[in-house]
Design a protein around this ligand. Structure first.
Ligand code: SAM
Length: 274
C-alpha cells in the first residue's frame, strides 16, 4: 500500500506533526514516482538496502515490496515513532541518528554486505552525504538518490558539460554517476520550490587514480583550487603550487580550464604537487 497525499497528511496529523524544514522534510506520495524509483534503482529480492531519511516510510514500503531488506537512518525522533508504529515496516531496522555522523559500519556491517543505498535525500545535506558514503563505506556499492535537480545535474556531469564542477570531478574519483530522471515538485507534500533529479552512482572497483600516483586528499585540494577560479586557465589558478614543467610532466595543457579536465588529469597534476 502507498501512502497517498491525503494519507500522508492524515498520518502526520494523527501524531500532531507538521513537516520540518530544518530536516528537509518533503514527503513523496506519488505511486508512479515511487514505482519508477524502485524500478530504476534496480534492487530486488534479497538485496540489502540502506535508506537515509525514510520519513513516513513511503519509499521504504516500496523497497520492501520488491523483496529488499532495509536498514534506515532517520534523524527526527518524531518520525522514528511513526516508523516503528507502522506494521508494514516491521521488518525494517531503524536507526535514530544523523546520517552525517552515524557509524556507517554499524548501519552497514562490512562483513554482511554488499549494500545499495536508495534515498530521497534531505536537500541541505545531500552532497556531503553522498561524498561521505563514497569515502567511508566501500561496502555500499551503489547509490540511487533523489536530490534537488541542480545538485543532480552536478553529480551526474561529465567533463566539458556546463554543470561539471568540483563535486562532479571529486565524485568521479570513486564512482560513475548518471542523471537518470527528473521529478516535478508536485509529487511531494509539502511541494518544494524546485524540481528534483534521480542520480545513479556506481562505485568503481578501484579509485579512478592509482593512489601510487597521488592520494585523494591532494587530488581534492587541486580540484578545489582549480574550480575556485573556474574561469581562469589552470596555469593561473594553480600557479601557487604548480609550474609549467609540472604541467608538461603531467601531460596537461596549462591553458585549459578546470571544466575540461577529467579526474585522471587532476590526479596527474596532484601527483606533481605531492
Ligand atoms: N524518504 C521520505 C520520502 O521519500 O517521503 C522522506 C524524504 S525527506 C526529503 C528527507 C528525510 O530525511 C526526512 O525524513 C528527514 O527527517 C530526514 N533527515 C534529514 N536530515 C537527516 C540526517 N542528517 N540524517 C538522517 N535523516 C535525515
Amino acid at each position: 500500500m502507498t501512502l497517498s497525499r491525503a494519507a500522508s497528511v492524515a498520518l502526520l496529523a494523527e501524531y500532531g506533526l507538521s513537516p520540518k524544514r530544518k530536516f528537509g522534510q518533503n514527503f513523496l506520495f506519488d505511486t508512479n514516482t515511487l514505482s519508477k524509483i524502485v524500478r530504476l534503482c534496480g534492487v530486488g529480492e534479497g538485496d540489502q538496502v540502506i535508506e537515509f531519511g525514510p520519513g513516513l516510510g513511503a519509499l521504504t514500503e516500496h523497497l520492501l515490496g520488491v523483496g529488499a531488506t532495509v536498514r534506515a537512518v532517520e534523524i527526527d525522533p518524531d518520525l522514528i515513532t511513526v516508523l516503528r508504529d507502522r506494521p508494514e515496516l516491521a521488518s525494517v531496522t531503524v536507526f535514530e541518528a544523523d546520517a552525517m555522523k552515524v557509524d556507517l559500519d554499524i548501519v552497514a556491517p562490512p562483513g554482511e554486505g554488499p549494500y545499495d543505498l536508495v534515498a530521497n535525500l534531505p536537500y541541505n545535506v545531500a552532497t556531503p552525504l553522498v561524498m561521505r558514503v563514497l569515502r567511508e563505506a566501500p561496502q555500499i556499492r551503489s547509490l540511487f538518490v533523489m536530490v534537488q535537480l541542480e545538485v543532480a545535474e552536478r553529480l551526474g556531469a561529465r567533463p566539458g558539460e556546463d554543470a561539471y564542477g568540483s563535486v562532479s570531478a571529486r565524485l568521479r574519483y570513486w564512482a560513475s554517476a548518471t542523471l537518470v530522471g527528473k521529478v516535478p515538485a508536485t509529487v511531494f507534500v509539502p511541494a518544494p520550490k524546485v524540481a528534483s533529479g534521480l542520480v545513479r552512482i556506481v562505485r568503481l572497483e578501484q579509485p579512478a587514480v592509482d593512489p601510487a600516483i597521488a592520494n585523494v586528499e591532494t587530488i581534492e585540494r587541486v580540484v578545489t583550487m582549480a574550480f575556485g577560479q573556474r574561469r581562469k586557465m589552470l596555469r593561473r589558478s594553480l600557479q601557487s603550487v604548480l609550474c609549467e614543467e609540472d604541467f608538461l610532466a603531467a601531460g596537461v595543457d596549462s591553458s585549459r580550464r578546470p571544466e575540461e579536465l577529467d579526474i585522471e588529469a587532476f590526479g596527474a597534476l596532484a601527483g606533481r604537487l605531492q
